[in-house]
Design a protein around this ligand. Sequence first.
Ligand SMILES: [Fe+2]
Length: 387
Amino acid sequence: MVDTARILIGGDVCLGGRQQVLCMAETPRGLFGDILPELESADFSLINLECPLTSSRKEVRKSGPCLKGHTESIKTIRNAQIRAVNLANNHIMDYGLKGLCETIEVCKNENVELFGAGANFEEASKPLVTQVNSIRLAFMGMAENEGFFASTNRSGANPIDVRNFLKVMELKKSGLDYLVVLLHAGKEYYPLPSPSLLHLCHFLADLGADAIICQHSHCVGSYEAYGDSLIVYGQGNLYFPPFSFSPPSWDQGVLVELSFSKNKAIGMKYKFIPFVNPRGETGIKRLSEIDERHLLDDFEKRSAVLRDYASLERAWETLCLSHSEKVLYQLMGSNRIFRYLLSKLNVRRYFFDEEWYLWLKNIIQCESHRDIAGKILDNHLKKRFER
Ligand SMILES: [Fe+2]
């Protein structure tokens, strides 16, 4: 039996938008274009499926857009030789339990493996354990909490939760060769990790994860070799219809190629395969040699920041402060007239004094207070807006 396995990981995929016809085509070349041969030749390919595949028209109430794809799209995925999908993300519950159940059903019908979401925490947190050639591999998906995470008695995405850290350790002790974690985390459009995301990824690597691939940022970010593990902080979209405000980085991505050897002295090797989704054109394109070099050089340059923790902290603080006005106004009430009056009359300090800021900070930072505030808001939304 072959004692190596070449695994290909694609980033965020939403199978909707203007190119719906391509997303439902039996022939996957129209959608995947130049990278189709890569997907087909890998020993195992997987993606982050960032939308339910469903016929449901009932969106959940949430902040931000609700995404979905047609159930037929699973054939496009299957015919591109994509063998598994990660569902641990912030859109898999956009059409509620029905959307999730239909997605799971169509995946099962087409023999596409899945992980990262389920009817409850137990199901959602189940890793995908599989054998590729002679290599025993496991994949786990976890997502930051955007309100639709699985719990003891609720369906949803697998959260970043201490119980999962124990599973990572147990998996590594179970005779597995390699473990890959897909982490749906990070700030959209920001190519670096926050200091806390960096610590989390290091911790997962310390627990035994061989590769930790962060997705969700919609841009090619940065990466580091941490001990024997690879950590990627953003690989960009694989296919995600652009929105009017989406920046050019939305259209670029890299496939992460992991080559595993049964021989631990050789271990895991990695490679990044860049591509672009040109707007107004169909199909993913490989870049010219020079553009590919540019993209990989930029990837490399950004990654150098990870080796200087003080710079990483400064970059994060700069990003946070650039959102000051927006976040403060959102916290103070989103009513435009109120905001206008506060700023025009220069009376913000009378409404929001030091005590108010300290109180708000405590509610956001303290786990118990945050849980209480979340429950109160859930209840309020239900009473006031439930149709
Ligand atoms: Fe996301």
